[in-house]
Design a protein around this ligand. Structure first.
Ligand SMILES: CCCCCCCCCCCCC/C=C/C(=O)SCCNC(=O)CCNC(=O)[C@H](O)C(C)(C)COP(=O)(O)OP(=O)(O)OC[C@H]1O[C@@H](n2cnc3c(N)ncnc32)[C@H](O)[C@@H]1OP(=O)(O)O
Length: 242
């Protein structure tokens, strides 16, 4: 009996130790990840400013930062994994939509359609993303280190009110500008007849993507407004299962 009780408490202790070790590993990983991502987006910000100061134009800016942007934006896919394995308390769906829409913008729009890379709308969403990500990742970093300056917290939960619509406007304008090129070239499309007997029209797909912002964007925006009320105003919010 005594030994069973002892076993039980040893097992309990081991489990607690495991939980502690797991969360310590998770915290260490997240700290490293957030520092690396803050640094990555800072590098992008500096590269963009340097380009503009040196050349006096935004033409060629995207090309000059494309590799770094693709790298850091694609890495953000691990954030979906963070949610899926439960090391951050965020919905997989909300994070998935956010990250996938960004990756889609980078790889399947801006990177694939060279003719639109010098559009002002590209610079608009790039500038907005860069500002947002520097704020967001430095917020997570300082939060994990328990030394969060108020102005970073304030910026994280206020700036999105303007930045989100601006970023979305830049993205939608860029896709809209891409439409004529996509139609003319038939890129990424499959016409019948072909050996797979499948037809896909990228032009119409892009129109569907643009329309999907109508139901999806408000959900992300309202999610952030709820987070804002929770963090800045201390409101207790009962989240539905997302
Ligand atoms: C096939 C193609 C499909 C295309 C589909 C198209 C449709 C797309 C429609 C919508 C398009 C949107 C496009 C986006 C544009 C822009 O980004 S514009 C720029 C402005 N953007 C923003 O302001 C981004 C805001 N979004 C976010 O911050 C996130 O991405 C989010 C997932 C939407 C919300 O973040 P969330 O994590 O839920 O909120 P937080 O308050 O920040 O955190 C909650 C808790 O989780 C912890 N946490 C999260 N991540 C980390 C981390 N990396 N490290 C450590 N901790 C983390 C956080 O600390 C919180 O924890 P608690 O304090 O314990 O609650």
């Amino acid at each position: 009996m005594a030994s069973t009780e002892e076993d039980g408490s040893v097992e309990e202790k081991e489990n607690n130790n495991k939980k502690r070790t797991k969360s310590a590993i998770a915290v260490a990983w997240l700290t490293f990840y957030n520092i690396a991502m803050t640094a990555g987006w800072l590098v992008l910000a500096i590269a963009m400013m340097r380009f503009y100061i040196q050349k006096g134009t935004h033409k060629g800016l995207y090309k000059s930062i494309a590799r770094t942007l693709k790298f850091f934006q694609t890495i953000a896919l691990v954030e979906v994994v963070h949610c899926a394995i439960g090391i951050v308390r965020t919905s997989v769906i909300v994070t998935g939509v956010q990250v996938c829409s960004r990756i889609f913008m980078v790889w399947f729009i801006t990177n694939s359609i060279k003719q639109i890379q010098n559009e002002e709308s590209v610079i608009l969403f790039l500038a907005v993303w860069t500002f947002t990500e520097i704020t967001r990742y430095s917020f997570y970093t300082f939060n994990l280190l328990n030394h969060l300056p108020y102005f970073i917290k304030w910026a994280r939960y206020n700036m999105f009110i303007i930045m989100y619509p601006l970023g979305v406007a830049g993205e939608l304008l860029t896709i809209y500008t891409a439409l004529p090129y996509v139609r003319k070239t038939g890129m990424l499309s499959m016409r019948l007849p072909n050996k797979y007997n499948v037809s896909f029209d990228y032009y119409y797909f892009l129109i569907i993507v643009m329309l999907s912002y109508i139901p999806l964007f408000p959900q992300l925006y309202f999610h952030m407004l709820r987070q804002r009320r929770k963090v800045l105003l201390g409101e207790i919010i009962v989240e539905k299962d997302e």
